[in-house]
Write a protein that binds this ligand. Structure first.
Ligand code: HPA
Length: 284
């Protein structure tokens, strides 16, 4: 039997999709993944259906702080949306295939447009803590050494063996996000996201190296999900919140901390809600 890199069969994905389908009347064609500390955005959706990941067969359970581990299905800006409140990461010990299990389930449910958010360290010196960055491309360093969710037997039911990533972040969605930010007078930066497995934050030398590579922001998620979503033909929009400026000097006297990351996510929550609501209302 053909199985994915993480050992899932087509039936496993179908079972998970079936469990979700049985709890909702109609599956939305738009989904949003809310990263570290960014999940508050969907707490106030009226009459939402809430499905804990633990209730969905084979769904990986979120263990990282700030990741609730719930699917929330409801209307945002009058549009049906499926929100993943929290995600799992490769640093938790999951394989790239396990991390992306939910993406294929979303595809089976009929999701066509996917908004992926994350908390990231700012590498571009022109950025500030609290900025939003539209992801226009990425560098997948773990993927270059084999930690790629599409490695292993290809599951043709989802997509072809080889895929192009020249437009991994939908051009139409990027235009929509820029327009939405401009209408709200929210400063939206744009740039390249580098995925590193973590959980250690980067050394100053690594940050300087990433800068030389053309990286604007770095984090521990998103890229495996973007690859899997592209494989099954979804249109992806990637949005980073710059929760801290990466430290590029060993004698700076500063340290990157998870507290700083969460404090920033708390302080930008109202603007993130405005921006995502506007993008959702105009996407697709
Ligand atoms: N590095 C990696 N991941 C992150 C960071 C960072 O500085 N901030 C938030 N997630």
């Amino acid at each position: 039997m053909l199985v994915s890199d993480a050992g899932y069969s087509l039936r496993d994905y179908e079972q998970a999709a079936g469990a979700i389908r049985s709890r909702i009347s109609e599956a939305p064609s738009l989904a949003v993944i809310l990263g570290s500390g960014l999940g508050a955005f969907v707490e106030s959706i009226p009459n939402a259906t809430v499905i804990p990941y633990a209730d969905i067969p084979h769904f990986p359970e979120a263990s990282a702080p700030g990741h609730e581990g719930k699917l929330i299905i409801g209307d945002i800006a009058g549009k049906p949306v499926l929100a993943c409140q929290g995600r799992v990461h490769t640093y938790e010990g999951y394989s790239a295939g396990q991390v992306t299990f939910p993406i294929r389930v979303l595809h089976m449910l009929g999701v066509r447009d996917l908004i992926i958010t994350n908390a990231a360290g700012g590498v571009n010196t022109g950025f500030q803590c609290g900025d939003f960055m539209l992801i226009n491309d990425h560098i997948n360093l773990p993927g270059m050494v084999g930690l790629d969710p599409l490695r292993g037997a290809n599951m043709e039911a989802f997509g072809p063996r080889f895929i192009s990533l020249t437009a991994a972040y939908s051009s139409a969605h990027r235009q929509t996000a820029k327009r939405a930010a401009a209408e709200l007078s929210i400063d939206l930066k744009e740039g390249v996201y580098a995925y590193l497995v973590g959980p250690c934050f980067e050394t100053p030398a690594e940050i300087r190296a990433l800068r030389l590579l053309g990286v604007d922001a770095t984090g521990m998620s998103t890229v495996p999900e973007v690859l899997t979503a592209n494989h099954c033909g979804m249109n992806v929009l990637g949005l980073s919140v710059i929760t801290n400026m990466a430290i590029d000097h060993i004698d700076s006297g500063r340290a990157t901390t998870a507290e700083e990351v969460f404090e920033t996510t708390r302080s930008i929550a109202p603007d993130l809600a405005r921006l995502l609501t506007k993008i959702i209302s105009e996407v697709g």
